[in-house]
Design a protein around this ligand. Structure first.
Ligand code: CP
Length: 334
């Protein structure tokens, strides 16, 4: 594995190896396997879990890390080629990335979607620029359309909980949020569950169907694994027999980049806040998952987050184990 950019790029053997490593690392978390190695972390957007789990993971493996926050503690970065840099950006990605790669053994980048032009965001312009100029292994710490670190940790969480892969029912549900949110986590969760071989349902209100490119990826992952993918806006149908309810908000593709139009579409949907009674048609012991951060009593009610179904803390814990497996693998350390 040269980079860790998108889970669907990985073959089954590599995926199985990463998950097995993550399980082993959880049992033996501290070693000097990465002594003297350095991880560079570039955050173009905020983070709690990703930043702290990568830094903690490097420290536990005997290595170290540094954090770059362009435009805050460090120079604002220009991503486009051929521009006259007489505005806010002071340093070009063409220099910044190769420079950082001289100091670090691997590089991680967080680069959310621009949120204005869906077709452009689907091409992952910033992640692509980093990948073109990186001379060391690159990790996607959440990009415009994917969050593979979250997906790998979520896969491990499903395994830990012994939720069946074949025959397991995974419902990805849209939830209300005051802002139009990106597509990275829903895309990652959907394609992960499909790749795991689960029967996946996307439950979303009318107008919130995921982009056809995202659904096509999920269908191709399901075809690879023997899983299935379907969509509905009917809550009872969407949660019938579900083992997992994975909640996430995303912006309506038809209003992409138009926050006022999107807000009008979203306004009557506040009842899309996950509550205990949502689970009535689901399996008796169905679990609730969310990548965090989550707005309490907006996306999900306290009764669910604080109740016995919630697995959100375990999900976040698995970020650490899964990412340590990725670091070791990228650096070729057995
Ligand atoms: N789930 C996740 O990536 O959390 P952060 O945004 O806090 O890193």
């Amino acid at each position: 594995m040269k980079n860790f950019l998108h889970l669907p790029e990985l073959d089954d053997t590599t995926l199985r190896d990463l998950l097995a490593r993550a399980r082993a690392i959880e049992k033996t978390p501290v070693s000097d396997a990465l002594k003297g190695r350095v991880l560079g972390l570039v955050f173009l957007n905020p983070s709690l879990r990703t930043l702290s789990s990568f830094q903690a993971g490097m420290a536990q493996l005997g290595g170290s890390s540094f954090v770059i926050t362009p435009g805050q503690g460090t120079w604002a970065l220009e991503m486009q080629d051929g521009v006259v840099m007489d505005g806010a950006t002071a340093e070009h990605v063409r220099e910044a990335v190769p420079v950082l790669c001289q100091y670090a053994d691997l590089l991680g980048v967080r680069c959310f979607a621009g949120g204005k032009d869906l077709a452009l965001d689907l091409t992952e312009p910033v992640l692509g620029a980093f990948a073109r100029h990186a001379t060391k292994p690159l990790i996607n710490m959440e990009s415009a359309i994917d969050h593979p670190c979250q997906a790998l940790a979520d896969w491990k969480t499903l395994d830990d909980l012994e939720i069946p892969a074949r025959g397991g029912r995974f419902t990805l549900s849209w939830a209300w949020h005051p802002k139009a949110l990106p597509l990275a986590v829903p895309t990652a969760a959907l394609s992960m569950a499909a790749r795991r071989g689960m029967d996946v349902t996307v439950l979303r209100p009318e107008g919130y169907a995921l982009p056809r490119e995202v659904m096509a990826l999920a269908h191709s992952e399901a075809a690879r694994s023997g899983g299935s993918v379907r969509e509905t806006s009917d809550r009872h149908e969407g949660l019938d027999g579900a083992h997992v309810l994975y909640a996430k908000s995303w912006q309506a593709p038809a209003c992409y980049g138009d926050s006022e139009k999107e807000a009008l579409l979203r306004a009557p949907l506040r009842e899309w806040c996950v509550a205990e009674d949502w689970f009535r048609p689901a399996q008796k012991d169905a679990v609730f998952m969310h990548c965090l951060p989550v707005r309490r009593n907006v996306k999900v009610k306290d009764e669910v987050l604080d109740g016995p179904r919630s697995r959100v803390i375990r999900q976040a814990g698995n970020r650490l184990h899964a990412q340590k497996a990725v670091l070791l693998s990228l650096l070729g350390v057995r």
